[in-house]
Design a binder for this molecule. Sequence first.
Ligand code: URA
Length: 429
Amino acid sequence: MNVVELIRRKRDGGVLSADEIGAFVRGVTDGWVPDYQAAALLMAIYFRGLDGGELGALTDAMLHSGDVLDLSDIAGKKVDKHSTGGVGDKISLHLAPAVAACGVNVPMISGRGLGHTGGTLDKLEAIPGFDVHLDEARFRRVLGECGLALIGQTDRLAPADKQLYALRDVTGTVESVPLIAASIMSKKLAEGIDGLVLDVKVGSGAFMKTPERARELARTLWAIGRRAGKRVSAFLTDMDQPLGRWIGNAVEVHEALAVLRGQGEPDLVELTLALGGEMLVLGGVAASYAEGRERIARVLGDGSALARFRRCIELQGGQIPTTRWFAEEHEKVEAGAGFVQRIDAEAVGLAALALGAGRTRKEDEIDPGAWVRLMAKLGERVEPGHHVAFFSRPRDPAVAAEVRERLRAAFTLGPTPPAPRPLIVEVIR
Ligand code: URA
């Protein structure tokens, strides 16, 4: 294969064959395509895009660059959920046990947080002892025993994505819908799932800031899943304010446990019913979305989803502390009085990041006990002298001043409440 010829053709708007794309991905994985040629082709794709056939071929090649799990020996359907990432998004933590409690297996492979968005893996690792690095045999055992297993990406699943993503990260080619879609779907399809519910976030705290871009990504992800013969639904959901009230790691597990005790914040509960209801339909245990939602509501109310989560934590070596396990000392933020008209979710995520709850580089250590708590959400009234947010007190007063300013500026208050906005913007089935 002549890589220069592929780069030239894509640069000029031409189409690559499935064989050429397959050979390129193998060349990257085996190391004989140098980084500069791989980066040049990624940039050409960034500008020229990929047609449906090319996108399918790229996803297939990345998917088959490593192991593809076969979970057919575990009884029942396997359905996962993927979120494109947001602020305060702890949904996976309580969604997976709720769906498992309704009879659908959830083999969930999650990622870490980067930048202003959090990652499920970091939240799980805030639970003392919780092991996210299970080998395949233990992953299967946990999944078979409690209907869910929550682990991190392994080197054996879609290794080509790891290499290509690392290159994209340093060559300005991350923000390409076909490259993002192939990256996400190659990893999800390697999980051995029957169905997938996609939660594509849109708004100030999301990767995709506009509904048009989010819709384009959702449709592209959906089409790849359908082409692979999977049952797929894609939800576009609001990320113009953080989900729930707590942002951090230990605190988000704490907030997810509240949902499992039937005491969750309305937006967390609503999204759990929606995504979970759909997962039950794709998993074939609910005849309709409405029935799926009802069943999820039932297991959140009767303690059975909570029992599943506790069992999964136990099987993965973790233990929820019985005493307070996140920072107690805190600071308070005032932003005036009035109705909350806007919350800049990205700014809230960056405030949590400054406290150590997230990382700017993959190798950064995080502080699992750091947190931000929203005392007011969109449409709520803040009385004079009341606070809009609390945050865990950092050691360095300069960090405290920075976080206070970020949070104060994240809130826009006014004399009237904003028009109500839907949490679920659109569903593609
Ligand atoms: N998440 C991924 O897994 N891949 C991307 O390219 C972007 C976000």
